[in-house]
Ligand binder design. Structure first.
Ligand code: ADP
Length: 244
């Protein structure tokens, strides 16, 4: 479902991704861990082309872009539509209700009629347990509820791949569980997911594989049990010791 080859990203002189190679099968849940500044967010943003990679190629489903060559806008648009992102700080439109936030993508990006988009948004907000909050504005919702709207909004784009960038790290501890539960439900439905998170329980319970990144490279990729109980690399061991 995802194939990343030789991906590089540079900000000025700073090389943040130094040649990432990663293949993800359909339905897999991949959790990405690693120290702050190792390039995890940049990798997700490159997958959604919120950042344009400096070199390398990305394929999602049937769409490919090779950033080592000049890439035209249509190719970028088609590739971008294959994934949808859930952000750490939700990034909801503050002046729109939950329902309007979820309708926006289908209406603007997919040119869906408002009637159909409304029905779809209602169905998705029901799915994330917010069927009774359709007309609430973000400021009237808890962080956990806002993030569940964020997930519904991403799902409304019907992406092949869901990307989660530390979706629970801005939440009060008691609200983390409700968001992780929605993500677990999605995983059990077979949605392909790439998740940057520090929630090791989630990684252990849900991930097919865990990737450890450091300084712009993938250092290690293993099944959660192997990563957490017998990491192969010293750097992984040091990182896990710090956070566990
Ligand atoms: P992580 O998610 O692992 O914490 P990031 O991908 O956010 O790491 O950042 C990796 C590095 O790239 C950091 O040194 C960060 O300061 C730098 N960086 C990220 N985005 C930008 C940007 N837009 N401009 C310049 N530097 C950036």
């Amino acid at each position: 479902m995802i194939s990343i080859n030789g991906l590089h990203k540079q900000f000025g002189d700073l090389e943040v991704l130094k040649g990432i190679d990663l293949q993800v099968n359909k339905g897999q849940v991949i959790v990405v861990i690693g120290p702050s500044g190792s390039g995890k967010t940049t990798l997700l943003r490159c997958l959604n082309i919120l950042e344009v990679p400096t070199a390398g190629s990305i394929t999602i489903d049937e769409q490919t872009a090779d950033f080592s060559k000049t890439v035209n806008k249509r190719t970028v648009d088609l590739l971008r539509r294959e994934s949808a992102m859930v952000f750490q700080h939700y990034n909801l439109f503050p002046h729109m209700t939950a329902l309007q936030n979820v309708m926006e993508g289908p209406v603007i990006v997919k040119k869906m009629s408002k009637t159909d988009a409304r029905a779809k948004a209602e169905q998705l907000l029901n799915k994330v347990g917010l069927g009774d909050k359709l007309d609430f504005y973000p400021h009237q919702l808890s962080g956990g509820q806002q993030q569940r709207v964020g997930i519904a909004r991403a799902l409304a784009l019907e992406p092949k791949v869901m990307l989660f960038d530390e979706p629970t790290s801005a939440l009060d501890p008691e609200l983390v569980g409700e968001v992780l539960q929605v993500m677990k439900d999605l995983a059990s439905e077979g949605i392909t997911m790439v998740v940057v998170t520090h929630e090791m329980r989630f990684a252990n319970d849900v991930a097919n594989e865990v990737i450890f990144m450091d300084q712009g490279r993938i250092i290690e990729r293993s099944k959660p049990i192997d990563m957490f109980t017998r990491p192969k690399e010293e750097r992984t061991r040091q990182f896990l010791n710090l956070i566990q």
